[in-house]
Write a protein that binds this ligand. Structure first.
Ligand SMILES: [Zn+2]
Length: 305
């Protein structure tokens, strides 16, 4: 049996769900910012009640998807996890350009992979906080060289650690290219999460990816998207892929540079409003549990190597 690697250490996958698999605590969307121009204490104070809200709604696991150079701050995540009891996962990896650091263009694939492996096995930013998954991102359209590099580095990192790769892709075409590369590197499809799959209109891609083992993440669940998300879930369940669905909200976050972190969207909608909608629509409680408890536990599980 594997483990889930949280910011406070390894836990049993059974203790992880119900989990939100794609949310943000802190985002620094100014790539030239470089230095952390925010008060970590203020970020903690502002974000703490949002986590208490979902803890009281029964959420136990929380996957934080802000990458390095884009607002990842594991000291804050560790403090929030300790204070709330929620199991928080931090990531290693890179986001899109221009959030990819200059050195990555010079580094070899192995250099990048080794840096990420270190963040999973040893710790991040001089702390003992370890990453629990790999996050990468790719723009739609033609694959740039730097993204081929990050996908291959992610493959090496995953092969060495067992960590899952959450890849921000809004396009099924890109998902197929990424999956081809990963499989060629020797990875199983179930080590890939198709992040923002709900942006892909062509449902055939959802099926194609799921049939190759990929996790299909509908991570923009909110009031506006609820009807569409219900339809997507119905479609996947009808096709026998309920064991490949992940749900989340891409909510939060404290925005660096804005007064008091700006406009923050809470994390409560999915459990408080959307799951009851699923029940009303005829999905069983058992199926809901599989999607929000069992699937995250399997997706983010790392086999002890
Ligand atoms: Zn996100």
């Amino acid at each position: 049996m594997g483990i889930i690697r949280t910011v406070l250490g390894d836990i049993s996958p059974e203790d992880f769900g119900p989990a939100l698999v794609h949310e943000h605590i802190l985002v620094d969307s100014n790539p030239s910012n470089g230095v952390n121009e925010y008060d970590p204490e203020e970020v903690f104070e502002i974000m703490f009640p949002y986590l208490i809200e979902i803890r009281d709604l029964g959420i136990r696991g929380f996957v934080e998807c802000s990458t390095a150079y884009m607002g990842r701050d594991v000291r804050i995540l560790k403090k929030l996890s300790k204070a709330t009891g929620i199991h928080i996962l931090a990531n290693t990896g890179f986001f899109l350009e221009p959030y990819i650091p200059k050195y990555a263009f010079e580094y070899s694939i192995e250099d990048i992979a080794n840096e990420w492996i270190k963040e999973i096995n040893e710790g991040i930013d001089g702390t003992d906080v370890k990453a629990g998954f790999i996050k990468i991102a790719i723009e739609p359209g033609k694959m740039k060289e730097i993204y081929v590099k990050t996908v291959k580095a992610a493959a090496q990192c995953s092969l060495s650690t067992g960590a899952v790769i959450a890849c921000h892709m809004e396009s099924g075409k890109v998902a197929m290219i990424v999956l081809d590369i990963l499989e060629k590197e020797g990875l199983n499809g179930d080590r890939l999460i198709f992040v923002h799959a709900d942006s892909e209109e062509v449902l055939d891609y959802h099926l194609k990816a799921a049939s190759r083992g990929v996790w299909i993440e509908y991570d923009r669940v909110n009031q506006q998207t609820s009807e569409r998300t219900l339809k997507l879930i119905e479609f996947m369940v009808r096709n026998g892929f309920e064991d490949k669905i992940l749900l989340s909200q891409d909510s939060g976050w404290y925005s660096v540079g804005q007064p008091s972190g700006g406009n923050i969207r809470g994390y409560g909608y999915l459990v408080r409003d959307f799951l009851p909608l699923m029940l009303k629509r005829g999905f069983s409680q058992d199926l809901i549990n599989r999607i929000i408890v069992d699937n995250p536990a399997k997706a983010f599980q790392m086999e002890k190597l």
